[in-house]
Design a protein around this ligand. Structure first.
Ligand SMILES: O=C([O-])CC(=O)C(=O)O
Ligand SMILES: [Mg+2]
Length: 511
């Protein structure tokens, strides 16, 4: 840590950490686990975003498996080249929508690498059981296509049938090579592919879309916790989203589902409490014909309004959620409007990395006269405002996916069910202590994440057992929290450490 801290530039810390991961994986994880709050912003958002933007020019080692269009027809062979056989979690991207940074092509590999580092550090999945995959179908990013250090295919993105066939070959090969209990996490695909891939493979594979489902679960947990501070039930609140893509519609649907469970009202009714704004304005019934299918359920009766501010003034939401990937869109006027009709406006600026955040923590607290309940996707430092210190929450799917995946792995689950997302969400919300609430926190600190993940894993596994046939690890362990904890990788040197590491250890140790 002393050496890392001497680097002033976050990207240099990132590179030093990636070198350490290659050189001494165990020490890398020990460091990450013991200093999670300090190192998360390096290994993960925001720094990982910058790393992806510069991936080609900081490249040292592959770190994961690159599968390109040129391997079409041979993907199974390519998978067999990966040195580890016993894979439990794959994070795969095609790089088309990396965080809120857009199409970064092959350089998006940084995201699967970072997510899987968190699977191990925060969720306790063994490092050797994690496989980062980049499906390289080209990029539409001109700057990258002309960049001498770009490492991917220099062509425009394949789409349509060619794309679908490549993905299908990959999905089939994964199941053939690793069996049906391997978890495939889709990450940072563009909207037009993300929804389709999830719908297509959720019935045949163990798949989880982190941007749709993970984000939904973490935000619902934060909202449930926020209700303790603002009062009322979910159904008594009105929600407005800026951004109607994977995150926005995913969160909206999970909120509607939870409302429907609580009030017994049908989904079509509970959805009406939720409004979405996209790049063309408020989503309303008169736009229905031209809307993409995942936006249609949110086209309620209302006159069409073009801007966010007009929508805020007309809908008067109690909760405002930014999920558009576009930074600086929660302006002073928008936050002041939210504050004019809410005692405590709930404001979530979810887009990543920090540069794409809809507003900063400081802006949210200043413009709301310190009344906002604020959370963001990327971390912000505590803010001094009106003589008080506010610690913003980090509504990031990193709270959910490591524990969620662990729960699937330890129960031997073969499918993901929406009820598991609600269970994960409840488990996370339950981990917020009175002490946290007293400080205005709606998420527990990341320093407790291993314990939080064990609880999430236990609830997800419990659901898998409850939902008959989804869990294949039998018999069901009696105490699932203890069982989850006992399964978690820890970076200690055990007596059975492999020879290479032992040699390394003895050579350098003074004894
Ligand atoms: O990676 C993150 O920090 C959260 C996420 O999934 C995204 O922004 O796409
Ligand atoms: Mg993502």
């Amino acid at each position: 840590m002393h050496m890392l801290r001497q680097y002033q530039v976050p990207l240099q810390r990132y590179m030093a950490l990636m070198d350490l991961q290659e050189r001494n994986e165990r020490l890398f994880y020990k460091l990450l686990m013991d200093n999670v709050e300090e190192l998360l912003p390096i290994v993960y958002t925001p720094t990982v975003g910058e790393a992806c933007q510069k991936w080609g020019s900081i490249y040292r080692r592959p770190q994961g498996l690159y599968i390109s269009l040129r391997e079409k027809g041979r993907i199974l062979d390519v998978l067999k080249n990966w040195p580890e056989r016993n894979i439990q979690v794959i994070v795969v991207t095609d790089g088309e929508r990396i965080l809120g940074l857009g199409d970064l092509g092959c350089q998006g590999m940084g995201i699967p690498v970072g997510k899987l580092a968190l699977y191990t550090a925060l969720g306790g999945v063994r490092p050797s059981a994690c496989l980062p995959v980049m499906i390289d179908v080209g990029t539409n990013n001109e700057k990258l296509l002309n960049d001498e250090f770009y490492i991917g295919l220099r062509q425009k993105r394949a789409n349509g049938q060619e794309y679908a066939e490549l993905m299908d070959e990959f999905m089939t090969a994964v199941k053939q090579n690793y069996g049906e209990k391997v978890l495939i996490q889709f990450e940072d695909f563009a909207n037009h592919n993300a929804f389709e891939l999830l719908a297509k493979y959720r019935r045949t594979h163990l798949v989880f879309n982190d941007d749709i489902q993970g984000t939904a679960s973490v935000v619902l947990a934060g909202l449930v916790a926020a209700l303790k501070l603002v009062g009322g039930t979910l159904a008594e609140h009105t929600f407005l989203f800026l951004g109607a893509g994977e995150a926005g519609t995913g969160i909206a649907e999970l909120i509607a589902l939870e409302m429907s469970r609580q009030t017994k009202a049908p989904l079509e009714e509970t959805r009406k409490k939720i409004w979405l704004v996209d790049s063309k304005g408020l989503i309303v019934d008169s736009r229905k014909e031209s809307l993409q299918h995942f936006k249609k359920p949110w086209a309620h009766e209302h006159e069409h309004l073009k801007g966010l501010l007009d929508a805020v003034k007309a809908i008067k939401p109690t909760v405002l959620i930014g999920s558009s990937g576009a930074g600086k869109t929660f302006t002073k006027e928008v936050i002041e409007a939210m504050t004019s009709f809410n005692e405590k406006p709930v404001i979530f600026a979810l887009s990543n990395p920090t540069s794409q955040s809809e507003c900063t923590a400081e802006e949210a607290y200043q413009w709301s006269k310190a009344r906002a309940i604020f959370a963001s996707g990327s971390p912000f430092d505590p803010v001094e405002c009106h003589g008080q210190t506010f610690v913003p929450g980090q509504a990031n799917n990193a709270y959910i996916f490591p524990g969620f995946g662990l729960g699937l792995v330890i129960s031997g689950a073969i499918r993901v069910h929406d009820d598991m997302l609600l269970a994960a969400s409840e488990a996370l919300a339950r981990q917020v202590t009175q002490e946290n609430f007293d400080k205005g926190l709606i998420y527990p600190p990341f320093s407790n994440i291993r314990k939080i993940s064990a609880h999430i894993a236990a609830e997800v596994a419990a659901k898998a057992y409850e939902l008959g046939g989804l869990a294949t690890r039998l018999p069901r362990p009696a105490n699932l929290v203890k069982y989850a904890e006992s399964c978690m990788y820890s970076p200690n040197y055990a007596a059975t450490a492999d020879h290479r590491e032992l040699r390394f250890f003895y050579f350098f140790s003074p004894e």
